[in-house]
Design a protein around this ligand. Structure first.
Ligand code: HEM
Length: 310
């Protein structure tokens, strides 16, 4: 359910024009990942050959759509709604503006589209899944969040942009969810120059793995209840939640931090608020708590939840 929602949101934001055709291509790409995983398990030449063909098909379809859009955006006589201000349009304009200096190619745009689609879809649906599990596990927080949503947004209307900024408890819950179960468990950096980091000398070229999940569970930073769900720790803001102001890093830190952070939080707030307006929910007796890393941090046996209409 959440994965379909995130896929729709990211596809509409990045590629508004021809939404259905883009979606079809990304379905092909998802299938490609399945084949890639299978091919990596067994050395099967036929499958690897097939995977190669599949990758070429996806690339060809993407190139075709991007070329079509490039043609539309270079012809200024088109109506503005034919050329929406989506992320693809921004990238295409960049190729026109900088063709001489930085040479952004259609190939670069294809790669950006693939990255943004995957980075945007799976992480956000993962955050929604863990938050729903946590609220089902902690009915007192579910009730507090629902009271806030009903007070701020009413019982049926979709929350507006102004409403969302007033949902403080829900914001704290999302922070605590992404602290305990960060979808991306680590970030990587490579030292550009020899660097001194405290007592350590890091030679140029060394790759460093920043263990986001371990930092988020460190008792010296978060206190004895570091492994417990306690959204109240974010009551005085993110910088005050731990003993170090940078201890919370679900979206990475610095210049290369996640570009989709605001979109992800907005989408998660909106989706959870609308669910809370309409349903109460509990864990199914078949739920087994087994966080596991399958590229992202996932509930190994899924998230069976029982929803009841309010
Ligand atoms: C809960 C949702 C999300 C989480 C937890 C998350 C997490 C992260 C993390 C940890 C990084 C690495 C940052 C670093 O190295 O410091 C990252 C990078 C990135 N994320 Fe996200 N992300 C989320 C949603 C999104 C969305 C919705 C998009 C797309 C709109 C997106 C696009 C990207 C891209 C393109 C990068 C690479 C940035 C770069 O290398 O400059 N992410 N994300």
């Amino acid at each position: 359910m959440f994965s379909t929602l995130s896929e729709d949101v990211i596809t509409r934001i990045v590629f508004r024009l021809g939404f259905t055709r883009w979606k079809a291509i990304f379905e092909l790409q998802a299938q490609q990942m399945v084949y890639a995983t299978e091919a990596s398990k067994v050395l099967a030449c036929k499958r690897i050959e097939y995977l190669g063909d599949w990758i070429k098909r996806v690339r060809k379809s993407l190139m075709k759509l991007i070329e079509e859009r490039r043609k539309i955006s270079t012809h200024h006589q088109v109506l503005s709604e034919e050329c929406p201000n989506d992320l693809l349009e921004v990238m295409i304009k960049a190729t026109h503006e900088y063709t001489n200096s930085s040479n952004i190619t259609v190939n670069d745009i294809v790669e950006e589209c693939k990255t943004i689609f995957f980075a945007g879809k799976h992480t956000t649906s993962n955050l929604l899944t863990w938050t729903t599990i946590l609220l089902a596990m902690h009915p007192q927080w579910q009730e507090l969040a629902r009271e806030e949503v009903l007070r701020v947004c009413g019982a049926r209307d979709p929350p507006s942009k102004d409403h969302l900024s007033k949902l403080k408890t829900l914001g704290m819950i999302l922070n605590e969810s992404v602290r305990l179960y960060p979808p991306a468990v680590a970030a990587i950096r490579r030292a550009k120059t020899d660097t001194q980091l405290g007592d350590f000398t890091i030679p140029r070229g060394t790759e460093l793995l920043i263990p986001i999940i371990a930092i988020h569970h460190d008792q010296t930073l978060w206190g004895e209840d570091a492994n417990e769900f306690n959204p109240a720790r974010f009551g005085r803001g993110v910088a005050q939640a731990a003993k170090h102001p940078m201890a919370f890093m679900p979206f990475g830190l610095g210049a290369r931090r996640c570009v989709g952070q605001n979109l992800a939080v907005l989408q998660a707030k909106l989706a959870i608020a609308m669910i809370l307006q309409r349903f109460s929910f509990d864990l199914s007796p078949s739920y087994q708590h087994a966080p596991t890393i399958l590229m992202l941090l996932c509930p190994q046996y899924g998230a069976p939840i029982i929803f009841q209409k309010l």
